[in-house]
Write a protein that binds this ligand. Structure first.
Ligand SMILES: [Fe+2]
Length: 194
C-alpha cells in the first residue's frame, strides 16, 4: 500500500473567539441606549432595514457604552495580527450594529479597502436563518460539483452562539439569510496604519 497524505493548500485565515459575558451584556444595554438616540420614525429600531448598517452610527468604538467590547475586540485583533505576522499596525475605524427583524438579511458583500473585518453576536436564532455565510474565494473553480468536504464547498455557513466573534480578511464575501426572529450582531473594520 503506498503512503498518501491529504492537506489543504492556500487556506484562508479565520479567527473565532468568545467575548466575556460582561461585554455581551454591556453591548446589549448600549444598543438600548442607542435606540433612544434613533427614535423610531421608521418601523424598525436604529432605522435598520435590509442594509441595516447605513443609517446606524459606525463609530461605536468611541461610545463609552461599548468600551468593554471595544477593548476585547482590540485584544483579539492584536492576537490575530500576531498570529498572521502582520507587517503593519491595524486600527479599528468602524464599529456598528446590525439589527435584523423578521425577513431581513444582509446581502452578500465584502469590506473592500479594509484590512480586517469581523462580526460578533448578541442575539442569534439557533437555526439556519441565524447563520452567517462565507463564500469561497475560489468560486470560479466550482469544486463543489465533484467533492463534498469543507475545502471544496462554495459556501460555508456558521450559526454563531451568543458571544461568538469572528475575524477574517476584509475581501471575504459574506452575507446572511432572512431571519425568522430577531438577530442582533455588531460588525467592525480595521485598516492598516503604516
Ligand atoms: Fe459585512
Amino acid at each position: 500500500m503506498p503512503e498518501i497524505e491529504m492537506f489543504d493548500m492556500f487556506s484562508t485565515p479565520f479567527l473565532h473567539g468568545r467575548l466575556s459575558e460582561q461585554a455581551v451584556a454591556e453591548s446589549l444595554a448600549g444598543l438600548e441606549k442607542l435606540k433612544e438616540r434613533f427614535p423610531g420614525n421608521q418601523p424598525h429600531p436604529f432605522h435598520c432595514d435590509i442594509w441595516t448598517t447605513y443609517e446606524c452610527e459606525r463609530n461605536l468604538f468611541k461610545d463609552p457604552n461599548f468600551a468593554t467590547v471595544t477593548n476585547e475586540i482590540n485584544v483579539i485583533a492584536t492576537e490575530y495580527c500576531r498570529k498572521r505576522k502582520a507587517k503593519v499596525e491595524a486600527r479599528m475605524t468602524e464599529f456598528w450594529a446590525n439589527v435584523q427583524n423578521l425577513g431581513q438579511f444582509q446581502e452578500t458583500h465584502h469590506h473592500k479597502g479594509r484590512m480586517i473585518s469581523g462580526s460578533l453576536y448578541l442575539k442569534v436564532p439557533q437555526d439556519e436563518t441565524g447563520a452567517i455565510t462565507f463564500n469561497t474565494p475560489r468560486t470560479h473553480m466550482y469544486d463543489d460539483q465533484y467533492w463534498d468536504c469543507d475545502a471544496d464547498k462554495e459556501y460555508i455557513s456558521i450559526i454563531p452562539e451568543i458571544g461568538d466573534i469572528y475575524m477574517f480578511p476584509s475581501w471575504i464575501m459574506h452575507g446572511t439569510r432572512p431571519v425568522k426572529e430577531q438577530r442582533i450582531s455588531m460588525a467592525f473594520n480595521y485598516v492598516a496604519v503604516t
